[in-house]
Structure formats: structure tokens, C-alpha cells
Design a protein around this ligand. Structure first.
Ligand code: BTN
Length: 269
């Protein structure tokens, strides 16, 4: 599979490079292949369409022309538990990029790594890591799918979805890719210097549904409570009606009512 040269219209951060495909199995798979042959951090794989696009928890990701499918290769050089925070960095970066491109729309991060627009899913992030030592991964691939032109209309879709076009924002895929990469680059730098404390503030300032009731579907059941915010390590904190507080490490969040977007101070969390 050979990648054509990056189109001149896509400007990437210094040191980053684009591998641009018409069709590929999954940009995450290609980014992993690139990682395994020594490609550097900042290698971006983008495809017009994917034949085997993947979502979280083994779900498939519908990949149609006109949407953004890309994966960014990182070499974080940190323990896996810390490197996992890159998904929060990505949620903040995508939210900031889309807010810049469509300032009249309300975007928000939904834990752990979705971006919503007006309560509907607009973007999903799939983080994968690997290398010789699982506890200290050699590479992390951040896969990003943004519904630019169309939203999937699948019977098994567990979250209602939307697209930039459906929300009235006429933005090109290249423009979204460029803005996402720029914000991701600056967000990664801020996270590496400021750590989880700074990331927590940035994420909570852009979060969806903080303070609202939600049900979190866990691998082994479900729990309902008020979303409090992020813990010091990036776990979601949920306050249950009986007063107990639960740290959620993995799960799917469902809101009882339309989530409000953004603006929670870290002092509240
Ligand atoms: C999710 O919400 O379940 C995550 C979806 C991630 C989709 C993107 S599209 C680009 C990259 N390649 C994939 O196969 N998946 C991610």
C-alpha cells in the first residue's frame, strides 16, 4: 500500500508529516505498522475511507467519504497509565479546534474520549498502544474520527450522532485535520510540561454534562450518579445518590437529559 504525497493544502505542526490514503483498512492499523518500522512521533495517517474502521470496545466505525479519519503516532515515553491521558488531551484538542472553526456551535468533551455537539456525538477517539514492554509502551496511536459531512445512521448506534454539515458548519476535511493537528500539538506540549493538573483544568473547562445525572455502563454492570469531574489521574468521579463517590476507570456515559457544555472550574471538582 503506497501513500501519495501530502496535499499542499494541509499544513501540519513543525516536524509532523502526513501519509494520505484514498482507502485503507484502518488508519490506526497503518499508524501501528508505521510505528513498528520506526516512524517518528507526529506521523499522521489519514484516509478518505476505511474498510475496517474500528471504534472503542470492539465496535466498528462507519467510515464514509467526506468525514475525517486520521491517526497520529506518539512516542510518549511514559508508563501506559499516564500515556492513556493522551485521549483526554485529544478530546480537548478536537473540541478547541472545532470551536475555532464553528464558533456558533456548542462542542463539549464527553468522558472518556468523545466530542459532542449539542448533545450528539460528533467525534470518537480510539487510543491504542504497543511495543515490547506493555507497561511502558514504545508507541501510542491516537485515532480520530470526525463526522464532517455525514453522521452514521446505524440501528445499533448507542449514542445519537451528528455531523458538522448537519449542524450548519461548512468546513472542509483538510481544514478540520489541520486545526485538530495544531491543537493536538500544542495540547501535547502543555500536558508534557503541566501534567494532569493542567490537563484536568483544560478538560473540565470544555466538558459536557458535569454536574448532571448520568448512567455509566461498566464492563460488569451500570452505575448512576452526578458527574463530578476528573480525578487527579484522569478517572471520572461520579457521586451516587447515597453520597458515595465512585471513580470510573472505563465505561460508556449516558446522560439523563441533554448535557450542558463546558465551563467548570477545577475548584468545583
Ligand atoms: C469510538 O468512538 O468508538 C472511537 C472511534 C474512533 C474512530 C477513528 S476513525 C480513525 C481511526 N481509525 C480507526 O479505525 N478508528 C479511529
Amino acid at each position: 500500500m503506497s501513500a501519495p504525497a501530502a496535499p499542499a493544502s494541509v499544513g501540519l505542526p513543525p516536524g509532523w508529516r502526513l501519509l494520505d490514503f484514498d482507502s485503507i483498512d484502518s488508519t490506526n492499523d497503518e499508524a501501528r505498522r508505521q510505528a513498528e518500522v520506526g516512524a517518528p512521533e507526529g506521523t499522521v495517517v489519514r484516509a478518505v475511507r476505511q474498510t475496517a474502521g474500528r471504534g472503542r470496545s470492539g465496535r466498528s466505525w462507519s467510515s464514509t467519504d467526506g468525514n475525517l479519519h486520521c491517526s497520529v503516532l506518539l512516542r510518549p515515553g511514559m508508563p501506559a497509565a499516564v500515556a492513556a491521558q493522551a485521549s483526554l488531551v485529544t478530546g480537548v484538542a478536537v473540541t478547541a479546534a472545532l470551536t475555532e472553526l464553528a464558533p456558533s456551535l456548542a462542542f463539549g468533551c464527553k468522558w472518556p474520549n468523545d466530542v459532542l455537539c449539542g448533545g450528539r456525538k460528533l467525534c470518537g477517539v480510539l487510543l491504542e498502544a504497543g511495543g515490547a514492554d506493555g507497561a511502558n509502551p514504545e508507541w501510542v496511536v491516537v485515532g480520530i474520527g470526525v463526522n464532517v459531512a455525514t453522521a452514521p445512521d446505524l440501528p445499533d448506534l448507542i449514542h445519537p450522532a451528528t455531523s458538522l454539515q448537519a449542524e450548519g458548519a461548512d468546513v472542509s476535511v483538510d481544514t478540520v485535520l489541520e486545526a485538530v493537528c495544531r491543537h493536538l500539538h500544542s495540547g501535547l506540549t502543555a500536558w508534557r510540561t503541566g501534567g494532569m493538573r493542567r490537563l484536568r483544568e483544560a478538560w473540565q473547562a470544555r466538558a459536557a454534562g458535569i454536574g448532571q445525572m448520568a448512567t455509566v455502563r461498566l464492563p460488569n454492570g451500570a452505575v448512576t450518579g452526578r458527574l463530578v469531574g476528573l480525578d487527579r489521574d484522569g478517572a471520572m468521579v461520579l457521586a451516587q445518590p447515597d453520597g458515595t463517590v465512585q471513580r470510573i476507570l472505563a465505561g460508556d456515559v449516558f446522560f439523563a437529559s441533554a448535557p450542558r457544555m463546558g465551563a467548570v472550574s477545577s475548584k468545583d471538582g
